[in-house]
Design a protein. Structure first.
Ligand code: HEM
Length: 510
């Protein structure tokens, strides 16, 4: 009897939750329809519009049948034909997709904090912490003030040597493979190798730490990422995150491991303090935590220890995941456009010879910069940005109720022919010949690192890293796509090749 009662209660609770969600969803749809904003059919609040024919992110990058960029931008047409924003559903969550550059600029350049980041998924929070990427308001100002000096150009230039040394180890492995196998070509899966390499680089440059600790952080974050990818569309039931389900237990173990490893890195830096904590990212944070400019202990902490741990998580993840995909897509495009591969090699050999590149040499690689920017335009590692207004807002003709999730679809904007020209879908690095500002019909149309106050703090770091790795590969190898490559760019939080990037690598002096 008791169990029957419990069952009835559960069924009633489920019906109530369902009814409330459905009622809310219809109210949202009605509200936007009254403003002329529609979108693809909603498939029920559990499913959203996630199944075909509407997946916002599946249209920009061609598909497996047409191996190279067949841009079937169906969603783009929805926007352009109807001339404005549209509504779609991600699971139970409504999203307003904004593809008008003027509106996007209003959102991203807003200095008054009217648009804040969307609430992060709980597992994303465990994975990257509430660091600079997610904090808001005065907390953001405080964190930003502490962290900015770590990215000064003179510091970044010093890091170039470490970046190049990490790349050198990997390149040596490939050289050994080509010489021991005595084959002209070896097959390398670049996506995975670049993830390892960029994780190693961020670990050494930002935290001065060993690759063993770096690997532990890397693995914990990757496993958390896998949980995010499988659960991102699930409805978040209240209290569910506290239940000891298999997934929750796994998440708790990984969280603990991440925190312990980061604590080890931090403790050993504190223990080895000589004249200061060092001038890498971790050193800068510890300094802000413990000492005044006169070297005395602060009365009021500028960053707490928990905030430092969260920043370490943020920087570890943001600092390697995105750059590895930029490198991956650059390799892909250079193998599809071998004439550009040759051009870059000529430039690299002219400016760096066969030496390990330093920051001054890298600053002379103009065509390399153009290719990286064009890659960022066609294959932006960060595929969407999310914001919500903190009060009811008027955005152009659109009335946005407080808290409405707004999506900025970067690939869609990067292929707008009115802004980028008729060749918007083609790979043409020359559009960046006169710099980013003049590359399109409006300035700052490239959103790969975002724009405005919340733009990427690590963009110079990423560009230096990508240039040094690419320069060193081009000095030693030529490369083509492996026949086993399948073109399937996928939105797995960042844009990555779903089946990796197998390439055939050939030593230049073979
Ligand atoms: C190719 C590489 C990279 C790309 C494409 C990229 C892209 C972006 C984008 C689009 C944003 C804005 C996100 C938003 O507003 O929702 C962002 C923010 C951020 N990025 Fe990057 N990023 C890259 C590399 C890096 C690196 C190497 C670091 C650190 C070492 C880094 C750290 C951050 C941080 C901390 C923020 C938050 C900034 C803030 O809100 O003030 N990123 N990045």
């Amino acid at each position: 009897m008791a169990s029957l009662l419990l069952l009835l209660l559960l069924a009633a609770a489920a019906a109530w939750v369902w009814g409330r969600q459905e009622w809310r969803a219809r109210a949202v749809e009605r509200g936007f329809a009254a403003q002329g904003v529609r979108g693809p059919r909603r498939g029920g609040w559990l499913r959203g519009c996630n199944e075909e024919p509407f997946n916002l992110n599946s249209y920009y990058f061609g598909n497996r049948q047409k191996p190279y960029i067949s841009f079937c931008i169906k969603s783009y047409k929805v926007v352009k034909e109807k001339g404005g924003p549209f509504l779609y559903w991600l699971g139970p969550q409504p999203r307003i997709c904004i593809s008008d550059y003027d509106l996007v600029k209003q959102i991203l350049s807003n200095k008054y904090g009217h648009f804040v980041k969307n609430d992060a998924h709980p597992v994303i929070l465990s994975m990257i912490g509430k660091g600079l990427l997610l904090v808001e308001g005065t907390d953001w100002v405080r964190h930003h003030r502490v962290l900015t000096p770590a990215f000064a150009m003179d510091k970044l230039k010093m890091m170039t040597r470490t970046m190049a040394s990490c790349a050198e180890c990997l390149i040596k492995e490939w050289e050994d493979q080509t010489s021991t196998r005595k084959s002209i070509e070896i097959e390398v899966e670049f996506s995975k190798q670049f993830q390892d390499l960029t994780a190693d680089i961020i670990c050494r440059t930002a935290f001065g730490s060993s690759s063993k600790e770096g690997k532990e952080i890397f693995h914990a974050q990757r496993q958390l990422l896998a949980i995010v990818i499988t659960t991102i569309l699930n409805v978040q039931l209240p209290g569910f995150k506290y239940l000891p389900t298999k997934r929750n237990r796994c998440k708790w173990t990984l969280e603990k491991k991440l925190k312990n490893t980061l604590m080890q890195i931090i403790q050993s830096r504190i223990a080895s303090k000589g004249n200061g904590y060092g001038d890498d990212l971790l050193g800068v944070m510890l300094d802000a935590c413990f000492s005044t400019e006169q070297g005395e202990k602060r009365d009021e902490l500028v960053l707490t220890m928990d905030e430092i741990i969260d920043e370490c998580k943020t920087f570890f993840f943001a600092g390697h995941e995105t750059t590895s995909h930029l490198l991956t897509w650059t390799m892909f495009l250079l193998s599809v456009y071998p004439e550009w591969q040759d051009r870059l090699r000529v430039e690299v050999l002219r400016e760096c010879g066969k030496e390990k590149p330093n920051a001054d040499m890298l600053s002379k690689l103009k065509e390399m910069t153009m290719v990286l920017l064009e890659t960022l335009r066609l294959y932006p590692p960060v595929i969407s940005m999310f914001r919500k207004p903190i009060t009811d807002m008027q955005l152009g003709r659109l009335h946005l109720p407080r808290g409405t999730a707004v999506v900025i679809p970067i690939p869609m904007l990067h292929r707008d022919k009115e802004v980028w020209g008729d060749d918007a879908n083609e790979f043409n690095p020359l559009r960046f010949e006169n710099g980013v500002i003049k590359a399109a019909k409006i300035p700052h149309a490239l959103l790969g690192f975002s724009i405005g106050p919340r733009s990427c703090i690590g963009q110079n770091f990423a560009m230096l890293e990508a240039k040094s790795v690419m320069a060193m590969i081009l000095q030693k190898f030529s490369f083509t796509l492996s026949p086993s490559y399948v073109h399937a760019p996928a939105d797995l939080i960042t844009l990555q090749p779903k089946f990796g990037l197998p390439m055939l690598l050939r030593a230049l002096d073979a």
